[in-house]
Design a protein around this ligand. Structure first.
Ligand code: SF4
Ligand code: SF4
Length: 312
């Protein structure tokens, strides 16, 4: 039996979120009084011999060339809107008051962006009844009035940052075929959701040069190791807004991915890779990486969330 997701409009997914944003969305988010932080992560990247692999190629496309010490890395940079309780865009009736302009990430929940990550209902905030209907319905008609966003740190990885190397999933291929995306036994039945997912993938690819420039302007040069932890930079919002406005016009209309040679000729930050895991720090240092124990980050300016134990 095929299960079709049907939103129950419970509204749970507009609370306590980290929402990945495009550059334009981040400007709008701050403009409305919301707060945005910057998530940075790196993958050591010594050669391109695996580029024939579609997953590796895709990871490369959404990251920027950089160095950590003498170690070649690819750096992923994500702008993240965040709030602890209810989204600041909820009105008194708990409805999204920017519904027509809500971020792309809000439009695709609970589906995963990263096709390598299977959709797992138990990781989502949606109640069981949202997953139980076997009769296809018009998904758009069942959207919640307040709409949704991505709820957990776990899903940040699913949003086109670096993610986990694995088998290429289905969304791109199926979008090309114009067929419903199936994730396990759950289908994305409406074309809008598939188009939103494609738009996020495009933004992640097209905006990486601008985000790298943004980090240079903001003096952000520390990052986590992908899959070891999340490093958020809690930056002054006025400075961030100015930097966003500085980098955006030079590259847009339309946004274009910067060529690899242009990336390499850019002035680059030398990235410091942070971890709570002593062995990871040692291993990275031995291959030339520039490292810092996460405990030495500036509290109040940076926030590190480890995915590994200190000594594993
Ligand atoms: S997407 Fe899920 S959590 Fe959000 S309102 Fe719908 S059923 Fe509730
Ligand atoms: S859908 Fe609207 S209210 Fe919900 S998280 Fe997104 S912007 Fe906030």
């Amino acid at each position: 039996m095929q299960h079709i997701f049907n939103c129950t409009q419970c509204g749970k997914c507009c609370h306590g979120l980290h929402i990945p944003l495009t550059l334009v969305e981040a400007i709008a988010w701050i403009g409305r009084g919301g707060r945005v932080k910057v998530l940075t992560e790196a993958i050591p990247w010594t050669d391109d011999t695996l580029l024939a692999d579609e997953v590796v190629s895709r990871k490369r496309a959404i990251t920027h060339h950089g160095l950590s010490g003498s170690l070649s890395v690819r750096v992923g940079i994500t702008l993240v809107g965040y709030f602890a309780d209810g989204c600041p865009n909820l009105d008194v009736s708990q409805r999204c008051n920017i519904y027509k302009d809500r971020p792309l990430s809000c439009r695709i929940y609970p589906y995963e962006l990263n096709p390598a990550i299977p959709l797992n209902p138990s990781n989502k905030l949606c109640p069981p009844q949202a997953w139980e209907t076997s009769e296809p319905k018009n998904h758009q008609a069942s959207q919640p009035l307040n709409q949704r966003a991505l709820p957990t740190l776990d899903t940040l990885d699913a949003l086109g940052t670096l993610g986990t190397l694995g088998t290429l999933g289905t969304s791109d291929k199926l979008s090309k075929n114009n067929e419903p995306q199936k994730v396990g036994a759950i289908s994305i039945v409406d074309s809008s959701t598939r188009e939103y997912i494609k738009s996020i993938h495009m933004a992640n690819t097209n905006e990486i040069a601008q985000k790298n420039e943004l980090c240079a302007l903001m003096g952000i040069n520390s990052c986590s190791l992908s899959n070891d932890g999340y490093l958020f930079h809690l930056v002054d919002q006025e400075r961030l807004l100015k930097a966003l406005n500085d980098v955006l016009p030079r590259h847009t209309q339309p946004l274009r991915q910067e060529s690899e040679s242009a990336q390499r000729s850019n002035k680059h930050l030398n990235w410091v890779i942070c971890s709570q895991n002593e062995q990871i720090l040692v291993d990275l240092s031995q291959i030339g990486g520039n490292t810092l124990p996460a405990g030495e980050l500036n509290v109040g300016e940076q926030e590190f969330i480890s995915l590994s134990s200190p000594s594993s």
